[in-house]
Write a protein that binds this ligand. Structure first.
Ligand code: FSX
Ligand code: SF4
Ligand code: F3S
Length: 386
């Protein structure tokens, strides 16, 4: 099938799905998304601009922008249950904490959020009751989003929640059983995160090791608000799993490396590096590889989406990427301010040594051996310096 025909078919399917969703009862029928946005100072034009940007982020053709807008408008038809496990709540904060609400955070307010401990008024017994009420009432319909690593097995009791002190693992298992779709939000829920770092005293594991259901991973410590909202919109639009990589991460968000999208990439290619934080090269915005940037080994779209309402991201702020969307990054990517060197590297690159990955991956992606040689030279000089 030609690409245009395939896109036309996808467009028709998504339009039909959105029309059907629009007929379902709205969770907050008194609220209209456009009115909500306007009351916070956003115009229809801002909203359409946002829809266009989100459509591009989801790697869809520009013609899908009106559908993305409609998906946001019917977002209050799909119940969402959001559970907290062992974590810092940074993932929720990424979405909710801003000096002025963004369109993403307002959409998150607008979705049918049946349960979310950070933003709901209920506490204790009542909260627990609300959770179980929501998962019974919306059995088979709700989207489950889980934040945090989960102590497992004989360590389950390290995390207990609510009046009945159920373990986190038990709550997650019960909630996952009848969910329509399941998202692990953040690196902790996707891969275990800081709780699972060596020596992992609470035997924390990712959500995918607690349930046998399929889990879509949305890692990042924290993930950007757009990667969280984008996944909800993608599900509303298509009702099916997005294309995933080997770690169950949606490729629309995690298909490329930080290094592929980095604004300092020209500096890397030209061999211009920051040697020490605060040096003259740092002031000139040179590449942060020699001060530990793990962008060459990390798959995420941070430079495109940024954080805090698109203001900045780690490398723009002057520190290297620490690899926060990769499995086991706390153990495998540190020391965070030194290049990986020849350490065996056990995540996305299957144990290849870093000089090998910098050489071969640089060469494959760029088709330019010179880059490989440059990367090799950097590592060698670091080793020599030791
Ligand atoms: Fe983990 Fe999210 Fe890092 Fe924190 O909860 S991904 S510690 S930003 O908050 O789970
Ligand atoms: Fe950017 Fe880091 Fe790659 Fe340098 S090494 S180009 S700072 S991602
Ligand atoms: Fe994390 Fe690296 Fe992005 S540290 S926030 S994946 S730049």
């Amino acid at each position: 099938m030609k690409i245009q025909d395939a896109n036309g078919e996808l467009f028709k399917q998504a339009s039909k799905r959105l029309d059907e969703l629009a007929k379902l009862p709205a969770h907050n029928a008194d609220k209209d998304l456009m009115q909500e946005l306007e009351s916070r100072g956003f115009s229809r034009r801002d909203f359409m601009k946002w829809s266009g940007m989100m459509t591009a982020t989801l790697a869809l053709p520009a013609s899908f922008a009106p559908l993305t807008a409609k998906a946001a408008e019917v977002a209050n038809r799909l119940p969402v249950v959001w559970l907290h496990m062992a974590e810092c709540t940074g993932c929720s904060e990424s979405l909710l904490r801003s000096d002025a609400p963004s369109i993403d955070s307002l959409i998150f307010d607008y979705i049918s959020l049946e349960y979310h401990e950070t933003v709901m008024a209920a506490a204790g017994w009542q909260a627990e009751q609300n959770l179980h009420h929501a998962i019974e009432k919306y059995a088979g319909e709700y989207i489950l989003m889980v934040e945090g690593g989960i102590p497992k097995g004989s360590s389950e009791f390290y995390l207990t929640i609510g009046g009945h002190a159920r373990t986190g693992a038990e709550e997650a298992r019960i909630a996952a059983k009848n969910a329509k779709a399941i998202f692990a939000i953040g690196t902790c829920s996707s891969f275990g995160g800081i709780q699972a770092a060596h020596p992992n005293p609470t035997n924390a594991v990712p959500l995918s090791e607690i349930t046998s259901r399929n889990v879509i991973n949305v890692p990042g410590c924290p993930p950007s608000e757009k990667n969280i909202v984008g996944n909800v919109l993608h599900y509303i639009l298509f009702g099916s799993l997005p294309t995933l990589d080997a770690y169950n991460r949606p490729t629309w968000a995690y298909g490329l490396r930080i290094h592929d999208l980095c604004e300092r990439r020209g500096r890397f290619d030209a061999g211009q590096f920051v040697e020490h934080f605060g040096d003259e090269n740092a002031q000139k915005g040179y590449c942060l590889y020699k001060v530990g940037c793990k962008g060459p080994y990390t798959f995420n779209n941070c430079s495109k989406l940024r954080f805090n309402q698109h203001t900045s991201w780690p490398i723009q702020a002057g520190h290297g990427c620490i690899g926060c969307s990769e499995p086991h990054f706390w153990d495998t990517m540190n020391p965070f301010e030194e290049p990986i060197g020849n350490k065996l590297y056990a995540t996305s690159f299957n144990g290849l040594g870093a000089d090998k990955t910098a050489d071969t991956i640089g060469a494959v992606v760029l088709g330019a051996t010179a880059i490989g040689i440059a990367a090799h030279a950097i590592i060698s000089s670091t080793q020599n310096a030791k």
